[in-house]
Design a protein. Sequence first.
Lengths: 339, 301
Amino acid sequence: MRQAVMTAPGVIEIRQVPDAVAGKGQALMRIQRIGVCGSDVHVNHGKHPFTKYPVVQGHEFSAIVEAVGEGVTDIKPGMKVTATPQEVCGECRPCLRGQYNVCENLKVRGFQAPGVAQDLYATEADKIVILPDSFTPEQGAFIEPVAVGAHSTARAGGVEGKNVVVLGAGPIGNYAAQACKCRGAKKVLITDISAYRLEIARQVGIDAVSNAKEETLAQAAKRVFGDEGFDLAMEAAGSEAAMDQAIQAIGKGGAIVVLGVFGGKPGIDMARVGEHELSIIGTMMYRYEDYVQAVEWIASGKIKTEPLDSKHFPLERYMDAYRYIDEQGDKSMKVFIDL
Amino acid sequence: MSENQYNVIGLGEILWDLLPGGKELGGAPANFAYHAQALGAQSCVVSCVGADPLGDEILSLLDNAGLDRTYLAVDKNHPTGTVSVTLDANGVPSYVIHTDVAWDCIPWSNELEEVAAHADAVCFGSLCQRSAISRETVQKFLTCMPETSLRVFDINMRQSYYSLDVIVESLTRSNVMKLNDEELPILCKMLGLSMDTNEALNELVERYSLKLIALTRGSRGSILCTPNQTSEHRGYPAKIVDTVGAGDSFTAAIVMGMLNGTDLDKINDTANRLAAYVCSQKGAMPKISSILSSVEGCGQI
Ligand SMILES: [Zn+2]
Ligand SMILES: [Zn+2]
């Protein structure tokens, strides 16, 4: 089978390796689509702090079950599936609480453990999430970022009936905004400096958009929510300026969920956080139930994925996918590798 | 036994698994008792060992684990139970559960009657009921327990050492049952139950007036079913070292949750967290962190 190995930043070799096989309790998957995400791009640029080379990438994907190993009964060849990419220990304090997505010994496939950028991949059956027959390969590969939206909005401490601001309209911000709608948010405003990304947000049905180059968050919130303001913000831009605007504009007692990946250590107006009793809430990937939630939302049509599908490249042209992403900048949403 | 702790008993076989790499203490009752104690119970093990070095080793091992073995009988005429494990040329293990051993002769006594009368919960299986003596002791023990107590039948099917007779009698005298997804289809055939999992569980609850039935599904979680509620759990992932004792720890968490009147979904969550942890550790009796017993799982958040 083919396997794409990133041997150094910006270098991918397509190798021929022996076919993967399903061990006991495992399912063998034939990989169909792999989504390339921001973290992958960091690895490509040599800027992902916890990834060593060589590495097989690929953690958001769809597949068809090829075979199952001994002891696997409820997964059958031919099923459409995806799988969670986390390897966890089960013995650290977070694991003991069931919060295994922040396992002290967490390894994520595609980063600290081998990912799925190969024709066949064997994984433990309990990581498999079965997809409806109606799913396209792209919908299957979109489960992972939608699960990020599901988990982060579950962390928010209640979304229903609230006005919400989502900062950043890339795939993660887009799906977080859609997840807020799914959880019964009253009105969702999404902001970005990319007119292209805001247009995609409009296409998937987000209530209101604001270009941060044209108005401040306070102005946008006033325009969209009037005197009601907003009490929940989802920071998906990883930007100090966006975070600061959120802290200044959010209502007293509000909550800000931090989805964005911050490069440095942003200055935070802690006096305001304290006096306004704001909650700043971290969120990390997802757990199995978030995948299940994501499947349900996409299957029911509550979350739209089609407008986020930007471009496809075959496995052999993996590097071209990265070049395309670098060239397009904010004018691409999700790029897929087709196997 | 202390006043404010629940008295929980592991009743049945105790033995050594003679593995190619060395011997390890085996038998679900001791594992169950250990985990119930770690979750706050006052546990004791009711079984029987031989008057031999292997028996002495079990006694000191239970002492080290802090388990009450006052009611662990010593039989002068039968050897301590052992299971021989051999690997064939392909490394596939085969087991010989030696017969006519000490735990086949768990004696009934007035003291045991006393223990039963003050027990809040007991866990027992089918294996130790392969012999007439131990079977009678188990059944008497169940009869002597208070009406309100939990009598937990962990079916634990081993090779050919179970019969329709023993299973039906045990189910009739118990009010909680635990089994795994390999045992369920066998039981369904034996008892003529529906082959649909949820239907079969409900039929068992109804037919044997069970307070709860627990079905474990390996690393894929569990289903708890009561007369008016069902709780399904996906299970927690872990780096699996060995699965020995995971099922027994699961049963212990169910029992302690029921005794404490915990909500069914929370019981299921704690049982799955504990079982995943036990899988991540070597052996059946790893050190148990208080996080497992005192901290609520993070559930869906
Ligand atoms: Zn990703
Ligand atoms: Zn862990």
